[in-house]
Ligand binder design. Structure first.
Ligand code: AP5
Length: 219
């Protein structure tokens, strides 16, 4: 099974992907997490991506497509039942490149789970997010608190704020989403793959709505 998660920054993609990957034994591939790892390891790709990420722009398609294609077409051969794509594709060109790579591997996207959240909520969600410095798990200072202040529930590591989670960069990221990523909704609607979910609800209610969609898929 290959699922694509769409939604603006702060919609809850990462939060839901982690829950659902665990429940359905899917491999969670987050382009943002992969880029942050490249930055931490100071690779050439990480250095190239830094400036774009910190200003709220998309990293150029050629860099992202090369990074993701290999991971995706290789995924699913292990113990997992498939893959959840979180943050990729993010432009029409990336979606077309994904379709080509999957077709060549005899695979295809089964469904696109599109989380819709009002713009007014996104800034609060992102500026209040704290992420684990080791495993990347996301918390929120109001809506999704860790058991111990400032520490990850899973590994006890320190929670930190992402460098692109400032109010100014968030506004650029939301603008970039509307200009370059939202057109993907029509792209996948035309292919009959899009499933829109109300992401304004509480985390557990969003999970329930997503599970209903996934359980209804015939794959
Ligand atoms: P990326 O890391 O993908 O960031 P994003 O898409 O902006 O999404 P976020 O991670 O900010 O939000 P999310 O939807 O995962 O929300 P979360 O679950 O954490 O990308 C970062 C950058 O990398 C991009 O700007 C770009 O530069 C580059 N990049 C990545 N992929 C690329 C690509 N394909 N092409 C080009 N460039 C690319 O939740 C947010 C907060 O809200 C958390 O605190 C959470 O606890 C809380 N929360 C979640 N759900 C709820 C809920 N239902 N109610 C209340 N609070 C909630």
């Amino acid at each position: 099974m290959i699922l694509v998660f769409l939604g603006p920054p702060g919609a809850g993609k990462g939060t839901q992907c982690k829950i659902l990957a665990d429940k359905y034994k899917l491999k969670h591939l987050s382009s943002g997490d992969m880029l942050r790892r490249e930055r931490q390891e100071e690779t050439e790709l990480g250095q190239k991506a830094q400036e774009y990420m910190d200003s709220g722009q998309l990293v150029p398609d050629d860099l992202i497509v090369a990074m993701m294609s290999k991971e995706i077409t290789g995924a699913g051969g292990d113990s997992s039942a498939g893959v959840i794509l979180d943050g990729f594709p993010r432009t029409i060109n990336q979606a077309q490149e994904l379709d080509k790579a999957l077709e060549a591997a005899g695979k295809n996207v089964d469904a696109v789970l599109n989380l819709e959240v009002d713009d007014g909520m996104l800034e609060n969600r992102i500026t209040g997010r704290r992420s684990c410095s080791v495993c990347g798990a996301a918390y929120h200072i109001m809506f999704n608190k860790p058991k111990k202040d400032g520490l990850c529930d899973k590994d006890g590591a320190e929670l930190v704020q992402r460098s692109d989670d400032t109010a100014e960069v968030v506004r650029n990221r939301i603008r970039t989403y509307h200009e370059q990523t939202a057109p993907l909704i029509s792209y996948y609607q035309e292919k009959g793959k899009n499933r829109t979910i109300d992401g304004n609800q509480a985390i557990d209610d969003v999970t329930d709505a997503m599970c209903k969609e996934i359980d209804g898929l015939s794959c």
